[in-house]
Design a protein around this ligand. Structure first.
Ligand SMILES: Cc1cc2nc3c(=O)[nH]c(=O)nc-3n(C[C@H](O)[C@H](O)[C@H](O)COP(=O)(O)OP(=O)(O)OC[C@H]3O[C@@H](n4cnc5c(N)ncnc54)[C@H](O)[C@@H]3O)c2cc1C
Length: 573
């Protein structure tokens, strides 16, 4: 039965634009601060990229599960990895408030746990630590009632066989074939099929994990507090009187027209990764929005455009949260290309990545963000990196997945859709033949493979130090020795798959201060206007410090913005 929307009042204390991590946390906090609050969301789903994500939240000094950390250590780390580019006052605000944001989540009944063993992304940097990444505890989708259907579904790779929900540790166990991975998979399927009453109602797994758990839990809490989340309502214009923001103009079937915000507007409408025009204007190399792993059509920089129209400044516009991807024809309709992550895969042993000249250019086991940066740097130098190629052998094929291609032990070559071969996924009996299929020089490829095989035998990559950092080793396959990130590529047949410069979102955007308040081009704060998450310039500049490094600041600055609105209101600021 169709649901009828209640009539909406048009004046609120706080209007939040966008329903991802930044927006929902800001709304929760504003409501907890006693302000009447509403969230407007452009699409027919709430949750944004956050709902599709791993849901990891990077927070130093969170204090959960007995974890020991210190502000000094975390500051040393962030100062080192952001290399002088980030604003000191925003880093300080993050370190001061992020732990309180986790405590606030807990007060709201939203539990998080430490992601056991997960290292920061620069394990050799001063102040680096294991254990700063948190994950939301899973929730039962049934607790959301009818709102479960509007929760943006998880990213495909985060569901086993596109159906069974996994948590981040299970996804990692399956991808890295940790001991017991078959048992993990079997338990997932059994739980799903034994849930008979729900099976009769829906194919969707009601176990909400990762980003779905985080967004679902915040949505549940917003409902309890009476905060509406109105779908199909897109920000068009920001309204201003006497230099102060007073509301927004919306369009869409959910809400349209002018809505007044007496105390503040918090923009949380994501980045501009889905706008080809803004990508072309700002990113350092030519990219295609189809390579992005974010929901198609959602984050098109609307808030950035609206804020710029009233004089907001911009910052870090050429930076992205890079994450390599690949495209494969949809199994249902080969005319449609589906974008798949490659960020779990380029780190597995028995593989290497080469540019269009057949040369290695990167430590393949580095973080996905660094991998993207290396693609750009190599492309600027060689002109032959977009795309680059992941090359692997029969040992890799049998053991590990690759993009949307499951390990050979689950999806043998005979079950790979015909439309994927030659064009997207390549196979040959020899390396020479493979090189010819993907049009790269055979001699250089042979030499790059010979190097990898030599390095695998010695356990040491003298060209790119693959497998040397604690980060690399953590994501390697511990059954491969002496170096879990390096295995020989010497068992035919050989395979190749294209890697594109994908992303998890852009990280440049509206310039803000340490209160998350928007700054205009003259350097003054804009009264009543805040920006958080990917629609604001990242507090970490061009760095991805650890797992959860995008959602952590989106939520911490969501809370900072909501508190600043409340302080302004009560005259305490
Ligand atoms: C597969 C995948 C896994 C990831 N895993 C992690 C992880 O584990 N940890 C981590 O930190 N990061 C992760 N990321 C990145 C992370 O998900 C994003 O950087 C983060 O969720 C951005 O949050 P946000 O609140 O800024 O935006 P979003 O979550 O994208 O929310 C923005 C919302 O605004 C809406 N919107 C856009 N325009 C308008 C408009 N005009 N009016 C109203 N609403 C509008 C959008 O539809 C969207 O719902 C991952 C990304 C992907 C793709």
């Amino acid at each position: 039965m169709a649901r009828t929307a209640p009539a909406l009042k048009t004046n609120w204390d706080v209007i939040v634009i966008g329903s991802g991590a930044g927006g929902l946390l800001a709304a929760l906090r504003a409501a907890a601060n006693g302000l009447s609050t509403i969230v407007f969301e452009k699409t027919g789903y709430y949750g944004g990229t956050t709902a599709t994500s791993g849901g990891a939240i990077w927070v130093p000094c969170h204090g959960l599960d007995g974890h020991e950390d210190s502000r000094e250590q975390a500051l040393a780390y962030l100062q080192h990895v952001t290399a002088g580019e980030a604003h000191a006052d925003r880093i300080a605000a993050y370190l001061d408030r992020a732990p309180a944001m986790i405590a606030f989540l807990q007060q709201c009944g939203i539990a998080c746990d430490m992601l056991a063993g997960y290292p920061d992304y620069y394990t050799e940097a001063p102040g680096a630590l294991v254990g700063r990444a948190l994950v939301p505890r899973e929730i039962d989708g049934m607790d959301l009632g009818e709102d479960f259907a509007d929760l943006r579904p998880p990213f495909g790779a985060f569901m086993l066989l596109d159906r069974y929900s996994l948590d981040l540790e299970q996804a990692f166990a399956l991808s890295a074939r940790l001991p017991g991975w078959r048992r993990v998979a079997a338990a997932m399927m059994l739980r799903y099929w034994l849930d008979l009453p729900w099976r009769l109602k829906s194919r969707r797994d009601r176990r909400a994990t990762m980003g779905n758990a985080l967004i679902g839990a915040m949505r549940r809490e917003l409902k309890r507090l009476g905060v509406p989340v109105v779908l199909n309502s897109a920000l068009g214009r920001i309204l201003r009187e006497d230099g102060r923001v007073t509301g927004v103009e919306l369009s869409g079937s959910g809400a349209q027209g002018r809505f007044e915000a007496r105390k503040g507007v918090i923009l949380a409408a994501g980045g501009f990764e889905q706008s080809q025009t803004l990508r072309d204007e700002n990113l350092p190399v030519a990219t295609d929005h189809h390579w992005s792993l974010t929901p198609p059509g959602a984050n098109t920089g609307d808030a950035l455009i609206a804020a710029s129209a009233i004089g907001a400044a911009r910052e870090f516009m050429d930076y992205c949260w890079w994450a390599p991807s690949t495209q494969l024809p949809s199994a249902d309709n080969p005319q449609v290309l589906v974008t798949h992550q490659m960020f779990f895969d380029h780190r597995h042993p028995h593989s290497l990545v080469v540019n269009g000249l057949g040369e290695r250019f990167v430590n393949e086991s580095c973080s996905y963000d660094d991998f993207g940066k290396a693609m750009i740097a190599d492309h600027v130098k060689s002109g032959a990196n977009l795309p680059c190629w992941m090359i692997f052998d029969a040992t890799y094929r049998e053991r590990y997945g690759c993009g949307g291609i499951l390990p050979g032990s689950v999806m043998p070559d005979s079950r790979v859709p015909q439309s994927w071969w030659n064009g997207f996924f390549y196979k040959a009996a020899t390396l020479d033949e493979l090189a010819s299929r993907i049009s790269i020089p055979a001699g250089t490829l042979a030499s790059s493979v010979a190097d990898i095989n030599r390095f695998a035998g010695a356990g040491r990559d003298t060209d790119f130090a693959r497998g040397e950092s604690a980060y690399d080793r953590f994501f390697g396959d511990q059954s491969v020795q002496p170096n879990p990130s390096l295995g020989p590529v010497d068992q035919p047949p050989y395979y190749a798959i294209r890697i594109q410069l994908g992303d998890l979102g852009t990280k440049g955007g509206i310039k803000v201060d340490a209160n998350a308040q928007v700054i205009d081009t003259a350097g003054r704060p804009v009264g009543g206007l805040y920006a958080v998450g990917n629609c604001a310039a990242s507090p970490f500049a061009n760095c991805y410090p650890g797992s959860g490094g995008t959602i952590g600041p989106a939520m911490a600055f969501g809370m900072i913005a909501a508190d600043h609105v409340a302080q302004q209101t009560s005259g305490t600021d």
